[in-house]
Design a protein around this ligand. Structure first.
Ligand code: NOJ
Length: 540
């Protein structure tokens, strides 16, 4: 019998902890805030939550610079608070995934400090990528790689005796030195971290930069460094997607299985995998590797039926076709929110982006596989596009001076209630200021308001999630494309469930007669209005 694995069609909610709910009044969300928000998430109907990194960190990249993998930063709480949160989630039946960052740590991690204090060639330096520079004085970086967040991927250190010294590799910021995964101590320490949190009862891990970890052993020059610099995606084939990384995922999977064998609870590992093709992606979710990997091509697709059809077809063939599950995602803490992304270049306030984002959500929830929702997505929050320069915290802005790719706009603290900032986000003094300013218009999106309005995005997500649980056609399985006119996508799932999306602005005939089960906007029988998606049961 084919046993059902809960994670194959799970819907997980990404909690960006510092922007979710602040229980202490310092303007920064925390673990106690997440615990207070659990009933809200339970009501929404998600299977679990993924918590962005809350470990001790100097926060140069908001926790993706980890100084201690086995503790909680005082800004977010402490281990006792983590345990309370985990226990509360378990009581509600909400799974908890932690964010593990194995490609790099913080320059304040004790092992990196040891490496700086130790000599070239020492075991302490072997845990990272230290190398001599090029040129007569070693004043040129060891190779021509670019860092993802701007600038060279190497920084030169001053040796303990004060002389200009070796260089270390950091594929992100200089405050995030890359681990050397060819050093067995690194792998062993991550084992300790996994077990530390699994012993505390977590249900799994979201794995940062899961196609990273190993670099080409010779650290050679990239043939096209400018191409590497043009994109944030992992395109430098010498720095990413090395074959050895799969051994790590096989080993981590075995650790998870060991815990499952003990208590029967299946753990889930989801990788942040940016690789060039769906076929390459599928290698990360083979049966003995990661359970899931975010399939970012849907997120990257423009609002266009052909583009959506192409990425969905590829994923179904190359990922689902090999027996894995596809993990769909439209938003996360690194991307411009769908409402804004799909709205451009429509005039502001036209509602077009919001309508399309709702339609895309209904499409995503109808696709076979698992899905991730980023906090605020269920409220239909737009990107905050006009944050002043002096409040921006994204290292991409600091390192490139450009606002083009900055990520602060999707990280503005959530509005919960009320008419003015902090909109119930911080429970502290009136004067408490959220760490990023919330625009006045966030009042319209506050959760209290959304819950009270049955036409809100929140209700659409909640209804979609309820139907996903109730209808056997949804969740795992396959899809069959239906013939449609240009600009429209329609597919059926299992026994008679049809999902259609109208990518155009004009109404089209609905593919199924009668009233839809659920629609992303007003949808009279027999018609699918522009920028709208709907689900029907085909009774014919
Ligand atoms: C991907 C994370 O999602 C992003 O926020 C972070 O900056 C980089 N990895 C580096 O850890």
């Amino acid at each position: 019998m084919n046993r059902h694995h809960w994670w194959r069609d799970a819907v997980i909610y990404q909690v960006y902890v510092r922007s979710f709910l602040d229980s202490t009044g310092d303007g920064i969300g925390d673990l106690a805030g997440v615990r207070a928000g659990l009933p809200y998430l339970k009501k929404l109907g998600v299977d679990g939550i993924w918590l962005s990194p809350f470990y001790p960190s100097p926060q140069h990249d908001h926790g993706y610079d980890v100084a201690d993998y086995r503790d909680v930063d005082p800004v977010f709480g402490d281990l006792a608070e983590f345990d309370r949160l985990a226990a509360a989630a378990r009581r509600l039946g909400v799974k908890v995934l932690l964010d593990i960052v194995p490609n790099h740590c913080s320059s304040e991690h004790p092992w990196f400090r040891d490496a700086l204090a130790a000599a070239p060639g020492s075991p302490e330096r072997a845990r990272f990528h230290f190398a001599d520079g090029r040129g007569p004085d070693g004043a040129e970086p060891p190779n021509n790689w670019h860092a993802m967040f701007g600038g060279p991927a190497w920084t030169r250190v001053t040796e303990p005796d004060g002389s200009p010294g070796q260089w270390y590799l950091h594929m992100f910021t200089p405050e995030q030195p890359d681990w050397n995964w060819r050093d067995p101590e690194v792998a062993a320490d991550f084992d300790r971290t996994l077990r530390f949190w699994l012993d505390r009862g977590v249900d799994g891990f979201r794995i940062d930069v899961a196609a990273g970890l190993f670099k080409h052993p010779a650290l050679p020059d990239s043939p096209d460094p400018e191409a590497d610099a043009r994109t944030r995606d992992s395109v430098n084939p010498l720095a990413w997607n090395q074959p050895e990384v799969h051994d790590v995922w096989r080993h981590w999977r075995a650790v998870c299985e060991e815990y499952t064998a003990r208590d029967g609870r299946e753990r889930l590992m989801v990788g942040e995998v940016s690789v060039p093709t769906a076929r390459e992606h599928a290698r990360y979710v083979r049966a003995d590797e990661l359970h899931q990997a975010f399939f970012f091509d849907l997120l990257g697709a423009p609002w266009d039926d052909d583009a959506f059809r192409k990425v969905i077809t590829e994923a179904m063939q190359d990922i689902a076709g090999t027996g894995s599950t596809v993990t769909w995602v439209l938003n996360n803490h690194d991307q411009v929110r769908t409402v804004t992304r799909y709205g451009e270049p429509a005039p502001e306030g036209s509602g077009l982006g919001a309508a399309r984002a709702r339609a895309a959500a209904l499409l995503m929830l109808a696709l076979p596989g698992a899905a991730y929702i980023y906090q605020g997505e269920e409220l239909g929050l737009p990107e905050v596009v006009d944050l002043p320069d002096d409040v921006l915290t994204d290292p991409i802005f600091r390192r490139t001076g450009s606002r083009a790719r900055i990520r602060d706009g999707c990280r503005v603290p959530l509005p919960w209630s009320g008419q003015a900032s902090p909109f119930g986000f911080t429970s502290g003094a009136e004067s408490a200021k959220p760490w990023l300013p919330q625009p006045e218009y966030f009042a319209e999106y506050a959760t209290h308001r959304a819950l009270a309005d049955t036409r809100s995005s929140w209700h659409l997500y909640r209804d979609g999630l309820q139907l996903r649980s109730a209808l056997p056609q949804l969740g795992e399985g396959t899809l069959r494309w239906l013939d449609t006119q240009p600009g429209v996508l329609a597919f059926s799932r299992g026994d008679g469930l049809v999902c259609a999306v109208n990518f155009t602005a004009a109404p089209v005939p609905a593919p199924v007669p009668g009233t839809p089960l659920l629609a992303s906007g007003p949808c009279p029988p027999g018609v699918l209005p522009g920028s709208t998606a709907a689900w029907w049961i085909d009774g014919s």
